[in-house]
Design a binder for this molecule. Structure first.
Ligand code: AHR
Length: 515
């Protein structure tokens, strides 16, 4: 395949001087022939049986007055299609290691119940099961990512699930699937083997889990001997590098499609703070935690490089996002939180980090899709709102499957109480139609930052821009005011002698498009 010449943007900044709006971070360009493609799966989502994500969120049942398709809300389906959601992880999370998939198939009225022991202790009727989820993914045009039960399940159970979902020939599981109304297999490619095996998934030691993984993976096949499954190992929490090292050392590369990693941006687990009513200090800490993602990926990636220098195995960040105290008056086990401009900045900066590590990070899942943690959609009975995070995911979907344009960014600093963070975050890509997209985030809560981009070597003739910004960091969309925060046209730039000059307002996200 012909390699497209790629462009290297180098942001440079005179870090010795004190940055003011009169001085600009300068972007210059070089060719980079082997830059990777940004896998669209980096823009994946996560739907756990948790609080009102599935029941009362996605799934209202086909007798609901809320317009639905086989019980799933049409407004959610439409919103997720617009997002170009590439994959959806289900049924957990911690729930996955308690879930027995056979309880969620067949006539709904005959299904046994399950007590959701991790999340609020509520009793579920299993009315949303394998068919409901996989059919939903088909409607969305998203790849399903099924999380298998290792903690309380069996090898046979998971092997049967793969056969049920994927086998086209005659077998006990494919016959059962047909009896339940589905002739053609769904051909599910992405499978997680347990979740957080070091914690809610079984409190296992990494050596023990590596052994379990090998056993489970052995009996999971696509049933057509094409080797088409992407099997993902339950990965480390944050900086548990020993976990990644142990898995990479003890699991043959041929059995591993991906190794997971989870990182939430939490101020303090025992005092996470309000999702809306927060101080600049809390914002700063949230952003510090979010920006740690870069170091985590770099260090987990370096370990993976030792065992897999060709980067065949993906690092899958299948849970990420901001985690705050639940909204007052809601069930503490339901993890319902509002979503502000803080979350928009967090999402923009995190997605830039993923894009810039596209060689190793080939999948990620924001936690979670509807009504839980850093949700893109919130519902209240028949009402539905899109959060600032939704708008970022939509603005950034232009990077899906585009070729990365690597950046070197020497950014000005955002200072708060004698602590500093990089103020600017950026990533860039070129899509198959030749459009260049540059996503820029100003993390600084107080100060606008100026950037100059040299357009000459890009051959760009026209530029347009989109911005997500608001007056206050705490601003959010609500059921009373669902469109307070929406992307707008960005006109805050000028071009002089092939140099594009722009100023990004505080805590704002800008997407530039050039051709
Ligand atoms: O996303 C919420 C929970 O966070 C998930 O169930 C679990 O995997 C993680 O600890």
């Amino acid at each position: 395949m012909k390699k497209t010449a790629l462009l290297l943007f180098v942001f440079s900044f005179c870090s010795q001087t004190i940055f003011s709006q009169k001085e600009a971070t300068v972007l210059s360009i070089k060719n980079t022939p082997n830059a990777p493609t940004i896998n669209k799966n980096i823009y994946g989502h996560f739907a756990e049986h948790l609080g009102r994500c599935i029941y009362g969120g996605f799934f209202v049942g086909d007798t609901s007055k809320i317009p639905n398709t086989s019980g799933v809300r049409n407004d959610i389906i439409d919103a997720l299609k617009k997002l170009k959601i590439p994959n959806l992880r289900w049924p957990g999370g911690c729930f996955a290691d308690t879930y027995h998939w056979k309880d969620g198939i067949g006539p709904k009225e005959e299904r046994p119940t399950i007590v959701n022991q991790w999340w609020g202790g509520v009793t579920e009727d299993n009315s949303f099961g394998t068919h409901d989820f996989l059919n939903l993914c088909e409607i969305l045009g998203a790849e399903p990512y099924l999380s298998g039960n290792v903690g309380s399940g069996t090898v046979q159970e998971l092997s049967d699930w793969v056969q049920y979902a994927n086998f086209g020939g005659k077998s006990p599981m494919s016959d059962l699937r047909k009896k339940n109304g589905r002739t053609e297999p769904w051909k599910v490619k992405i499978w997680g083997i347990g979740n957080e095996a070091w914690g809610c998934g079984g409190n296992m030691k990494p050596e023990y889990y590596a052994g379990e993984y090998r056993k489970y993976a052995t009996f999971m096949s696509d049933w057509e001997n094409t080797g088409g499954l992407m099997r993902i190992a339950s990965g480390a929490s944050d900086a548990d590098y020993n976990w990644t090292e142990t898995l990479m050392k003890n699991i043959p590369g041929s059995m591993l499609g991906g190794v997971a990693m989870h990182h939430y941006s939490v101020i303090e687990w025992k005092k996470k703070g309000d999702a809306v009513d927060f101080t600049e200090g809390q914002y700063f800490t949230t952003m510090k935690e979010a920006l740690k993602m870069d170091e985590l990926i770099t260090k987990h990636g370096a370990i993976m490089d030792k065992y897999d220098p060709e980067k065949k195995i993906a690092l899958v960040v299948d849970e990420w996002g901001g985690w705050y105290d639940v909204e007052k008056g809601t069930n503490p086990g339901f993890l319902y939180q509002q979503n502000t401009m803080r979350d928009a900045v967090l999402a923009g900066a995190t997605l830039n980090i993923f894009n810039n590590h596209a060689d190793r990070v080939r999948m990620a899942n924001l936690a979670q899709c509807v009504n839980v943690l850093q949700a893109v959609i919130l519902t209240d009975k028949a009402k539905m709102i899109l959060t600032p995070t939704y708008h970022i995911m939509q603005m950034y979907n232009v990077h899906q499957n585009a070729q990365l344009i690597p950046l070197t960014l020497n950014t000005p600093l955002y200072t708060y109480n004698n602590e500093t963070l990089p103020a600017l975050s950026a990533s860039a890509s070129k899509d198959t139609k030749g459009f260049v997209h540059v996503s820029l985030v100003n993390v600084d809560a107080k100060k606008g930052n100026k950037i100059e981009i040299n357009l000459k070597e890009l051959g760009i003739k026209t530029i347009s821009g989109t911005i997500l910004t608001s007056a206050k960091l705490q601003d959010h969309n609500s059921f009373d005011n669902p469109i307070k925060i929406q992307p707008g046209v960005f006109k805050g730039f000028k071009i002089k002698n092939d140099i594009l000059e722009l100023t990004i307002p505080p805590f704002a996200v800008v997407m530039l498009e050039g051709k």
